[in-house]
Design a protein around this ligand. Structure first.
Ligand SMILES: [Zn+2]
Ligand SMILES: [Zn+2]
Length: 198
């Protein structure tokens, strides 16, 4: 058993740092400026393993937590750069992703009554609330969910990306391929002329 006397106010900046104990949130609230390794965010780590995202930079987070009556209000922002393959030219490039989030946590859902005074059954989601155990808030889910939602569906190295030539596969951003002047490559044309002369 963990002795409560050994609990200190010092935040643990290890992998547990995304667990914020409610006791640490006082008066003006608690502000956390942390940089997390993508390996500590399981959904990001999985996307990286699957190659959907080639690489995540460390995730810089600024989070403010405060108590409002029975609610714990969380406001935060996260910044990360991701290395992804361009959906047109397949070149890898870095994209900057910035997200902001807001979430309210409660230990128990409040009772909601309609005009007749009868109880209305509403889910946490319908109330815009997240239920937690009353002891610690886990920031991990919210942070990684926001980042995943912000990932481009069709990543582009640039809005002007010209993509690949459908005939020879050349990257058209680096110059025109020979397909554009006469549907035949220079090497192939030279070979044909050679054969004719012979
Ligand atoms: Zn591209
Ligand atoms: Zn071509």
């Amino acid at each position: 058993m963990h002795c409560p006397c050994s609990n200190t106010n010092q935040l643990n900046y290890g992998t547990e740092v995304m667990q914020v104990s409610v006791d640490e949130i006082r008066g003006e609230g608690l502000v956390l400026d942390n940089t997390y390794s993508p390996e500590d965010l399981p959904v990001l780590a999985q996307l990286q393993n699957e190659g959907v995202v080639k690489e995540f930079s460390p995730v810089a987070c600024h989070v403010r937590l405060h108590k409002v009556a029975q609610l714990i209000e969380v406001n935060g922002s996260a910044e990360v750069t991701v290395r992804m393959e361009c959906s047109r030219c397949l070149e890898e490039h870095w994209d900057e992703i910035k997200v902001e989030f807001h979430q309210s946590y409660v230990e128990q859902l409040p009772e909601v009554k309609d005009e007749d005074g009868s109880e209305v059954e509403l889910s946490a989601e319908q109330m815009g609330l997240e239920i937690f155990d009353g002891e610690a808030i886990d920031l991990c889910d919210e942070i990684q969910q926001q980042i995943v939602l912000a990932l481009p569906q069709r990543p582009l190295c640039s809005k002007k990306c010209k993509g690949l030539c459908s005939a020879c596969g050349a990257n058209l951003n680096t110059g025109e391929c020979s397909c554009s002047d006469g549907n035949i490559s220079i090497h192939f044309a030279a070979l044909r002329d050679f054969k004719v002369e012979k």
